[in-house]
Design a binder for this molecule. Sequence first.
Ligand code: DAH
Length: 340
Amino acid sequence: MKEELEALLLDIEQRSFDSADAVEDFRIEYLGRQGKMKDLMAQFREVAPEHKRELGPLLNKVKSSVEEKVSTEKASFNKKSTASSSGIDSSRPAGGVPHGTHHPLKVVRREILDIFSNMGFGVVEGPEIEDDWHVFSGLNFPPEHPARDMQDTFFVERDPDLLLRTHTSSVQVREMERREPPMRIIMPGRVFRNEAISARAHCMFHQIEGLYIDENVSFADLKQTLLHFAQSFFGPETKIRLRPSYFPFTEPSAEVDVYWGLETEVDKRITKGTGWLEILGCGMVDPNVLEASGIDSKKYTGFAFGMGIERITMLRYQIGDLRLFFENDKRFLDQFAGER
Ligand code: DAH
């Protein structure tokens, strides 16, 4: 009987099948009611007790080998059949789920807000449709100032006092009217100007405004705050310079440049051969502006600054055309997939 069992084990091992039905036939051949196992059990019962000790385990092995073979062969036919009938291979590892990407303007906006939040600035927003007072008069724009001109500003037809804000400085006025100093705030938002759309100009873009009012705020505080911002955003070695400038709402006023370098031809072109690039406007809040909003200009001083998010984003990622931000071309947006 021993030889017979060993031959069967070999047979089980070597069997191969071309269909699930063939596997089932094999199962019945061994384990079915009239199957080989049944005969073997009958034979085993007749074996002399001294041989049972050796033959018992062999007999068990035949049975378990058959069971094992049947279960693995059936599983493999199952898999093949689902694959071929649906055209889907369910055993393939899953591909990644494509995630959306952050818009580059949003990435830069968040980064700038984070830097100022860390310096204790709170975030404040204001309305996009404004009145003349908050955009111009409250900021010391004289009545004949060209920025009020129809050329620059979108007015609301049914009410000559209403317009789309041309800068986020309007939010300063709202906050100064609403609150007492000290105040340290950063104000992001969308602004609108009646401009022809080109690689460098758009009728809608984004700004971030900053305002700090307290007793004894000085120009040195302004300079140090902006230096800290520039170095946090562009890198710790970044140098800045302040050039005298003019804005109706600040006195003195300045424009801030960062040193970009002159290493490449592109650097030379975008910095017009100087190595310096303008990033924002700033200054000490004009006492007229403080007084217009009910703040005592004898007691308090402050600084303000404003920057264009598009401009800073173009510098950061070397983007040459402003229009790309608003076209939502997936090939453009996908390049920012790694950004937070
Ligand atoms: N509002 C100015 C603009 O749109 C930017 C600006 C300049 C804001 C100087 C300020 C400032 O707060 O102090 O061009």
